[in-house]
Design a binder for this molecule. Structure first.
Ligand code: GLY
Length: 402
């Protein structure tokens, strides 16, 4: 993990810790963005956490496989990995301790889409979204209906809550459960901001969290990440877009969504046009980050339409980020709490990764994984330097901790 304990504790004290540790599982270096050059086909891109699996997707494209199959091979890696707590098995649960998964996909050649939201007990929801696309006349199934459809299609029900994720949920439950109340877009929100803890109290609070984590039996080496997840509920997700040598394209996005969410909350990932959009005539795009913000700008669709009207992938993504900023009238007191990354692939193979914030430099910047014959992670181009701040703000903890 790139952020040292000392960095983390001092960041807590300064109130400067933000998103970024969600990518801690990603290993290997991150390259600077490649200068624009002639694109090579096939090509496959994903969120940074797809790097261990992107080779399998690329190989499938080389062998003439379907572009959606290739993208599914990449995202199934984190879905199956119990140690990736942002997707599939081991994903961080909702406020009641139940893992609920969201996913959607689009198949460019047949211009079809499938999506599932709030699915319990089924691990590979990206593949389930494809089943909805292929085996129903619908586009989206949610909740119990989606789970029953999965079982009918041969998926196996399993407990998705690992012991590690359960303990982090308990840590949140005991110390920080405060989702309810005014959201960032609410006029009442400023009053909530005034409740932020002063620096000395933040450090004291961090030490109290350490104690509760120890009492819960969270291993010492996992405590820092657990506390980070409590203070900064992650929205970790994976998107993947693939383009084969014939010019066919597909995209898929899958997630366990915002940690500690209210049961039934769906973010952007299962929303066609927000978490993922593919248009065989133009390109494919997807998102990770603040789902609520991305839904409001229909981010992936906005990017594709921008490219349809002549913007480059980079310009198209930056415009979508600026629409989020516009929704807050440029108020940095609020925008500092948001983060968003877009992964963009144009039909000719040109690509871009853009994000609201850089993330942690130099080791944990927001990154896009790319494979066009050479697998690599590249830094995204960011609208703002730095890291986003914790959300919800560190308000006074429950009296039990004081
Ligand atoms: N972007 C994932 C979510 O907000 O659920």
């Amino acid at each position: 993990m790139a952020l040292t304990r000392r960095d983390f504790v001092s960041s807590i004290a300064m109130g400067t810790v933000g998103a970024g540790l969600a990518d801690a599982a990603v290993t290997g270096g991150v390259e600077a963005r490649q200068p624009m050059r002639a694109a090579k086909l096939p090509i496959i891109i994903s969120a940074g956490n797809g790097i261990p699996y992107i080779g399998a997707g690329y190989q499938h494209l080389l062998e003439g496989g379907d572009t959606l199959d290739a993208a599914l091979r990449v995202v199934q890696g984190p879905e199956d990995d119990p140690n990736d707590d942002s997707v599939g098995l081991g994903g961080l649960p909702n406020e009641e301790g139940v893992v609920e998964l969201d996913a959607c996909c689009m198949h460019g050649p047949t211009r079809r889409a499938g999506a599932v939201g709030g699915v319990r007990n089924i691990k590979n929801v990206a593949r389930l979204a494809r089943e909805v696309m292929q085996h129903t006349g619908h586009v989206m199934l949610v909740g119990e209906g989606a789970e029953r459809f999965a079982v009918a299609r041969g998926f196996v029900r399993e407990n998705l809550l690992t012991d590690a994720s359960r303990k982090v949920w308990l840590l949140w439950k005991e110390t920080h459960a405060d989702w309810w109340g005014a959201g960032l877009a609410d006029p009442a929100w400023k009053e909530r901001e005034q409740q932020r803890l002063h620096t000395d109290r933040r450090l004291q609070y961090y030490q109290q969290l350490q104690q509760v984590a120890e009492d819960l039996g969270i291993e010492p080496e996992l405590r820092q990440a657990a506390i980070h997840h409590v203070l900064f509920p992650p929205t970790g997700t994976i998107h993947c877009s693939a383009l084969n040598a014939k010019g066919e394209m597909s995209g898929v996005t899958t997630t366990s969504g915002l940690a500690w969410k209210l049961p039934g909350r769906c973010g952007d990932s299962p929303i066609i046009g927000a978490g993922c959009y593919t248009d065989q005539d133009v390109g494919s795009a997807g998102a990770t980050g603040s789902g609520e913000e991305n839904i409001k700008v229909a981010g992936a669709h906005t990017i594709i339409e921008n490219m349809r009207h002549g913007m480059s992938p980079l310009e198209a993504g930056m415009d979508a980020l600026k629409r989020i900023v516009r929704n807050y009238n440029g108020d940095m007191n609020r925008i500092k709490y948001l983060d968003m990354t877009y992964y963009i692939l144009r039909k000719d193979g040109a690509y871009a990764g853009v994000s609201m914030w850089t993330g942690y430099e130099p080791d944990q910047p927001h990154a896009i994984a790319v494979h066009d014959g050479r697998p690599r992670r590249e830094k995204t181009v960011s609208l703002y330097e730095g890291v986003s701040q914790e959300w919800p703000p560190m308000v006074a903890p429950s009296s039990a901790l004081l």
